[in-house]
Write a protein that binds this ligand. Structure first.
Ligand SMILES: Cc1cc2nc3c(=O)[nH]c(=O)nc-3n(C[C@H](O)[C@H](O)[C@H](O)COP(=O)(O)OP(=O)(O)OC[C@H]3O[C@@H](n4cnc5c(N)ncnc54)[C@H](O)[C@@H]3O)c2cc1C
Length: 240
């Protein structure tokens, strides 16, 4: 796949979210691939450069196997994400990413800026933090209807507060916090992205963040860094 076509590509997530690749470093216009940028960063230790595909790939696998992590920090990904606050709540814990968020003080929220889950997952009996199985269809339809009514009521109160002259920064107190969609730019280097992916693609991660992590990995990370992805699956993902 042409890497250039990855930039600007947007993958839709959940009911109203997306993940879009804004930029990669090294840029696809440069004559060096991301995998090679990692290898060349490692070779700077002894002032060397590419030694051909076979030796380069072998070195990259060596770096991954021995957790020689700093060369992987030389490649960066910048994404635009639209996700409900429940997902941002978890995303912002990854302190090694750089982040710039839409401002609810500046931009008013729209009527449909709220997450409605496709299915209602049940509380897990064995793990207090997790879900397991689904609520039956009839009860789920009822829950969705109630949730939408709740959003409509909340949004009406938000609008009323704005109309009464209340600032956007305070009027938003009427909105259901965890479900509001926010857009942000999220930049992270490959070493820390792999750490994020191994935590958030795992089965114990919440479904809503897992779909973002999986999309980032399948649609952007793997095509951009095929050797790194292969080594990551062999030495990191298999062991966690
Ligand atoms: C399944 C799951 C459940 C979770 N449940 C909870 C929960 O109940 N409550 C909760 O609060 N959080 C919870 N978290 C969040 C978790 O504790 C981490 O905050 C989050 O996963 C980010 O990981 P991190 O700190 O390793 O990543 P980053 O912030 O990206 O940091 C990467 C690495 O850099 C180093 N680092 C970064 N900052 C510092 C620092 N200030 N000091 C020292 N080393 C640093 C650490 O080695 C760290 O592993 C959960 C995460 C997962 C995946």
């Amino acid at each position: 796949m042409m890497l250039k076509t990855l930039i600007g590509q947007r993958i839709d997530m959940l009911d109203k979210g997306f993940v879009e690749l804004v930029d990669i470093m090294p840029h696809p216009d440069s004559d060096i691939s991301g995998d090679l940028a990692i290898v060349n960063a490692a070779r700077v230790s002894f002032l060397g450069e590419s030694k051909g595909e076979e030796a380069d790939k072998k070195l990259l696998f060596y770096l991954m196997r021995h957790r020689h992590t700093s060369p992987f920090e030389m490649v960066e990904f910048k994404f635009r994400l639209r996700a409900p606050l429940v997902t941002w709540w978890q995303l912002v814990r990854h302190r090694t990413a750089n982040l710039n968020m839409q401002s609810g003080r500046y931009t008013p929220f729209e009527e449909n800026d709220f997450y409605v889950p496709e299915v209602w997952r049940k509380q897990s009996a064995s793990n207090k933090q997790a879900s397991d199985g689904e609520i039956d269809l009839e009860a789920a339809a009822d829950l969705s209807e109630k949730l939408i009514t709740h959003y409509e009521t909340a949004y009406k109160l938000y609008e009323e507060a704005l109309e009464a002259g209340v600032s956007k920064e305070l009027a938003r107190l009427f909105l259901p916090g965890f479900s509001v969609y926010y857009t942000g730019v999220w930049k992270i280097d490959t070493h820390n992205l792999m750490h994020f992916l191994s935590l958030r693609m795992a089965n114990d991660a919440q479904y809503e963040i897992r779909v973002y992590a999986q999309a980032i990995y399948q649609h952007f990370f793997k095509p951009a860094l095929p050797w790194t992805a292969e080594a990551f699956e062999k030495y990191i993902l298999q062991q966690e």
